[in-house]
Write a protein that binds this ligand. Structure first.
Ligand SMILES: Cc1cc2nc3c(=O)[nH]c(=O)nc-3n(C[C@H](O)[C@H](O)[C@H](O)COP(=O)(O)O)c2cc1C
Length: 413
């Protein structure tokens, strides 16, 4: 029986002080791609709130390929790491393990940011997503190798800045996830076709990073348990990828699920979609179940993220021995001291209502489950207290006011 307050020692030798993980949440508040004082403030709040493993929002590895307008970028054009070091120092306070998530959006980059996105294959998203994302062009072999190197460059810089490790974003439909998917990757060279070929991009990124940063730096990955799409990355394939990563010596693997097209990671769309088969619904509802199935085959610690809200579920997950770190996202924006609350108070009840206006057309158009929480992160960035009971309409007005109509399209999960 794993106690929520017990240490976890990773292969790199790092000790995570407890079993609580803050999953990556894009802060969307960089200034000219840089993490200013607002990052120091938000990450101080999380570090002092007791979380064991804190994963940053996705940091882009190439300024020409952003997921959002206000992303942090860490690429070879960054010559001064001072701001990154301040960020790292703040996030590592109170013995917190701080890991930077690295990402390349591939074709999942809004129209207004990228005219011609890149992807494994020149396949556009179907409607309604096609209205937000341009049709990509297929990456060349040289470009693929170059992107692999960019992940390593960002990792070297993250290490120099003082971060404890990096996490490759391999989930939610971004570039790595596009390569893994048989639907989005229809290449006929060594990067596509068989699962072995489709996972090559991720494996090469991992190997290149490891070669660059050595064995004492944490390298993890966030992976989908499945894409929940016809022809997409399946649970069986996901488990094969996990086994391969395990053999390569990954430090931790975080399990999530879904993509922009079917946002299972936010826990709502699959349940709502009555046309989906029961088996698909079960997979979505049981990321823990995925961990149970895979854990006996691997030694790599598993972080499972998505939907954890009660002491009981957390206890059950850790007690089962199949989950090593309980990952949570949205709750940390309103309770930066969430880990301390769960550790100190067995009866702590997390009350977070779904973020919606109740007007179907508005809720379909505006991702309040993202923007409402992003605004809470921005409050932390300004050293203001979060507002757990903030009215969704106020949040909506703020979203429109701050970002304008295009801003509604530039948010993500
Ligand atoms: C505002 C916001 C931003 C997010 N940004 C990222 C991100 O940058 N990278 C990522 O892997 N997941 C991102 N996510 C997804 C979360 O990491 C997590 O998988 C999801 O919120 C489900 O966990 P939860 O139910 O505990 O919130 C984001 C979620 C939110 C709400």
């Amino acid at each position: 029986m794993v106690d929520k307050n017990s240490n976890l020692v990773l292969r790199s030798g790092h000790t995570i002080k407890n079993r609580f993980g803050k999953s990556a949440m894009s802060e969307n508040m960089a200034t000219n791609f840089l993490p200013k004082e607002n990052f120091v403030n938000a990450y101080s709040a999380w570090a002092n709130g007791g979380v064991g493993l804190c994963i940053t929002g996705n940091v882009m590895i190439d300024r020409d390929h952003l997921g959002e307008f206000n992303n942090v970028v860490l690429d070879d054009q960054v010559k001064d790491l001072t701001l990154f070091s301040k960020w790292a120092q703040a996030g590592k306070a109170n013995d917190t393990t701080l890991v930077m998530q690295l990402n390349h959006p591939g074709k999942q980059t809004p129209k207004f940011l990228t005219n011609v996105p890149v992807a494994p294959s020149a396949i556009s998203f179907p409607p309604p997503m096609s209205s937000m994302f341009n049709t990509p062009r297929e990456l060349t072999e040289d470009e693929i190798v170059d992107i692999v190197k960019k992940f390593a460059t960002a990792s070297i810089l993250a290490k120099e800045a003082g971060f404890d490790g990096v996490q490759i974003h391999g989930a939610h439909g971004y570039l790595v996830s596009q390569f893994l998917s048989g639907k989005h990757n229809q290449r006929s060279d060594r990067w596509g076709g068989s699962l072995e070929n489709r996972m090559r991009f991720l494996m090469e990124i991992y190997k290149e990073i490891r070669k660059a940063v050595g064995v004492k730096f944490i390298v993890g990955v966030k992976l989908n348990s499945a894409d929940f799409q016809k022809g997409g990355f399946t649970e069986e394939e996901s488990m094969e990828v996990v086994k391969t990563l395990d053999k390569l010596g990954m430090d931790f693997i975080e399990i999530s699920g879904g993509t922009y097209e079917v946002s299972a990671m936010m826990g709502k769309e699959i349940k709502k979609d009555k046309s989906k088969k029961e088996s698909t619904q079960k997979r979505e509802a049981y990321f823990i179940n995925y961990a149970r199935k895979i854990n006996e085959f691997i030694e790599t610690p598993l972080m499972v993220t998505g939907g954890f809200r009660t002491s009981e579920t957390i206890k059950e997950a850790l007690g089962s021995g199949h989950v090593d770190i309980v990952g949570m996202g949205r709750p940390y924006t309103v309770y930066p001291d969430l880990a301390n609350r769960f550790i100190k108070d067995e009866g702590f009840v997390l009350e977070i209502a779904p973020k919606k206006t109740g007007i179907k057309i508005l809720d379909a158009a505006i991702p309040l489950e993202i923007t409402w929480y992003t605004q809470q992160i921005h409050r932390l960035g300004k050293k203001k207290s979060p507002r757990p009971n903030r009215n969704v309409w106020l949040s909506l007005v703020e979203t429109i006011f701050e970002l304008g109509t295009q801003g509604l399209k530039r948010t993500r999960g």
